[in-house]
Design a protein around this ligand. Structure first.
Ligand SMILES: NC(=O)c1ccc[n+]([C@@H]2O[C@H](COP(=O)([O-])OP(=O)(O)OC[C@H]3O[C@@H](n4cnc5c(N)ncnc54)[C@H](O)[C@@H]3O)[C@@H](O)[C@H]2O)c1
Length: 375
């Protein structure tokens, strides 16, 4: 079983799909691991550390044996496909919504694609939940980005030059990222307000020392996700949030509805009412934005209020994001190794729902570890 880890550093990506620690566990499971040179450097993992963990460090995976299991952070590309053995498995952040046609075509030619985004968010699969682990990093990094961009202190300071009031931070959307943002901003001494459409988040906000902003709430979907709201409800939300938005120094928005455009929580008039120098970080910018005018990876200034739409927040804490991602993936792969063979079980309650392609059970004997091309 040949497992490959690519050097995926490009643009703002600094994470790596496996750490030396997870590589050591993969070799214990029976994998032969190859890692491309420099793959872990931006995340703080040296080539030597991978070698000591039992991997071969190679300049380019294309020059070696074909890969039975390729683990990815970035969505897979044609150059990844070319590495694969005849019935190899690609596993990672495959972004099925954007890449469905490609992954389906690869599935027809024998390649299995497993989406870590589609691992069910159940108690059983908690240790494999990359959405939670990477959202934890992103929520933390968003606050630190805000701290460095804000022209103010976060905590209250009593100095000889006078008493400095604490910053007001408003977090909109209290899922995994929002909760981590509240906790991080509290640790830095800010006064934190927060709001989410799911009523049960009020207690969660308060347990972290935040103050819940009272606005529209509605019961969630089965599975714990928020439902999309109609325009009338959205308008009521914005009215109720207007005063908290106006008074905030830093706003971090994280609201998402899976498979839908992100809800618009802040419109232009609300931005215009904010104090000059205030900052908004829209973590939903890539899926349509919670804030009117935000754009992915752009800095937009409206009336001296800055709106950022960073899409690389988890990557900004690459060491720990990679550690958590590596652990999530390792736990999933452990479920797939049966009697020393990599096995794709479409009936497995965790692996099955994450298989993007091929969607039906492969024909008998199409087990990746049995592939002649992997030899
Ligand atoms: N293993 C598990 O059981 C498990 C693991 C992780 C998360 N979860 C649950 O999954 C759910 C989603 O978590 P997530 O962080 O992925 O969420 P997410 O990224 O899908 O959305 C972020 C937040 O935005 C909120 N939101 C959506 N529409 C909104 C609107 N119009 N106004 C205000 N807020 C809005 C959502 O309620 C959510 O809290 C939560 O209920 C969480 O507790 C369960």
């Amino acid at each position: 079983m040949h497992l490959g880890i690519r050097n995926e550093q490009s643009g703002n990506e600094r994470r790596v799909a496996a750490t030396p620690t997870s590589v050591a566990s993969f070799t214990d499971l029976g994998f032969v691991v190859s890692v491309e040179t420099g793959a872990g450097i931006p995340a703080g993992f040296t080539d030597t550390a991978y070698t000591e963990a039992g991997a071969s460090v190679v300049e380019d995976l294309r020059s070696g044996d074909s890969i039975d299991l390729l683990i990815k952070i970035a969505p897979p590309s044609e150059s990844d496909r070319e590495l694969m053995s005849a019935s190899g498995v690609i596993l990672g952040l495959v972004d099925p919504t954007a890449n469905m046609d490609t992954l389906t075509a690869w599935g027809e030619s024998g390649i299995t694609s497993i989406s870590m985004e589609m691992v069910p968010r159940t108690t059983l699969a908690q240790s494999m939940d990359v959405l939670s682990s990477q959202a934890t990093s992103a929520g933390y990094a968003a606050v630190l980005l805000g701290v460095t961009k804000l022209p103010k202190f976060m905590p209250m300071l009593v100095t000889a030059a006078g008493t400095i009031p604490p910053a007001n931070v408003l977090i909109l959307g209290v899922g995994v990222a929002g909760l981590q943002a509240i906790a991080t901003a509290k640790r830095l001494g800010a006064i934190v307000y927060a709001y989410d459409i799911r009523p049960e988040t009020k207690e969660q906000v308060e347990s972290l020392g935040g103050r819940f902003v009272e606005a529209e709430t509605q019961e969630m979907e089965e599975g714990g996700y928020a439902r999309a709201v109609d325009e009338e409800t959205a308008e009521k939300q914005r009215e109720a949030l207007a005063s908290a938005v106006k008074d905030a120094d830093l706003i971090i928005t994280t609201a998402q509805v899976p498979g839908r455009r992100a809800p618009r929580l802040i419109d232009r008039s609300m931005v215009e009412a904010m104090r000059p120098g205030s900052l908004i970080i829209d973590m939903a910018a890539a899926s349509g934005g919670n804030v009117e005018g935000s754009a992915p990876d752009e800095t937009v200034v409206v009336n001296d209020v800055t709106i950022l739409g960073p899409t690389d927040l988890a990557s900004r804490v690459a060491t720990d994001s990679s550690r958590m991602f590596g652990r999530n993936v390792l736990e999933l792969v452990k479920r797939m190794v049966v009697d020393g063979e990599l096995t794709v079980d479409h009936e497995d309650p965790v692996v099955g729902p994450a298989i993007v392609a091929p969607i039906s059970s492969p024909p008998e004997g199409a087990n990746p570890s049995e592939s002649e091309a992997s030899e």
